[in-house]
Design a protein around this ligand. Structure first.
Ligand SMILES: C[S@@+](CC[C@H](N)C(=O)[O-])C[C@H]1O[C@@H](n2cnc3c(N)ncnc32)[C@H](O)[C@@H]1O
Length: 206
């Protein structure tokens, strides 16, 4: 198994863990979607998807390009008691191996910053969204106090952490995301930005 996957999972487990249940609650209250099929894109160890499965009736697909991350996610699924409703799927967001309009809710945290061609990825996400479905993509720490807690821990590991984060969510980046969504042919989106993070919400309407 790649050291990267193991190390990323350690950080998620030891530092980011409190964020996922908060984000899951926010996702459900913002989108109003709590049943049907949910795709967690770039799921890593699957923490967000599992947090969503715990508070909803969603059928979860934990989706990632890394088989190593999916092995870790599968081990958490096995321990969760939610295996009947949570599956893993390997693939690339630029070519999602799912049928058109088959997903009610798509979520993604901390992954879009690594995508090579976001226009293509946004188009793919929109393609798999069912009518009435929604996607919430981006980063985020849930709330400012969690952000501060995590920032303090991450700065000890990486003194550049704050600058790197700023580069992903700064004003010019937001403009870039806006243009990329338009180029993907998506008109029903909003970009939410506050101190706790940046999230793109896409809705598929008729
Ligand atoms: C920083 S991790 C975030 C993991 C998880 N969402 C979380 O918040 O704990 C980014 C994840 O995105 C995945 N990823 C990056 N590019 C991807 C792509 N093109 N398609 C699918 N997954 C991708 C990586 O393998 C990695 O697991």
């Amino acid at each position: 198994m790649e050291t990267n996957a193991v190390e990323f999972d350690r950080i998620a487990r030891e530092i980011f863990a409190p964020v996922y249940p908060v984000l899951a609650e926010q996702l459900v209250s913002r989108t109003g979607i709590n049943r049907g099929c949910c795709l967690d894109i770039g799921c890593g160890g699957g923490y967000l998807g599992l947090a969503l499965a715990r508070i909803t009736e969603l059928e979860m697909i934990l989706f990632d390009q890394s088989l190593d991350m999916l092995k870790i996610a599968q081990s958490y699924i096995d321990q969760s008691g939610l295996a009947a409703r949570v599956k893993v799927l390997q693939g690339d967001v630029h070519d999602i191996p799912l049928a058109d309009e088959s997903v009610n809710l798509a979520v993604s945290r901390g992954s879009m910053f690594f995508w090579n061609d976001r226009v293509k990825a946004f188009r793919e996400i929109y393609r798999v969204l069912a009518l009435g479905g929604a996607a919430m993509i981006g980063g985020g720490f849930g709330n400012v106090s969690l952000l501060r807690e995590i920032e303090a821990k991450m700065l000890k590991k990486d003194p550049q952490w704050k600058e790197k984060r700023q580069q992903r969510i700064g004003k010019s980046k937001v403009q870039e995301y806006h243009q990329e969504l338009e180029r993907a042919g998506i008109s029903s989106f909003e970009i939410l930005q506050d101190e706790a993070g940046l999230r793109i919400v896409i809705r598929r309407t008729a």
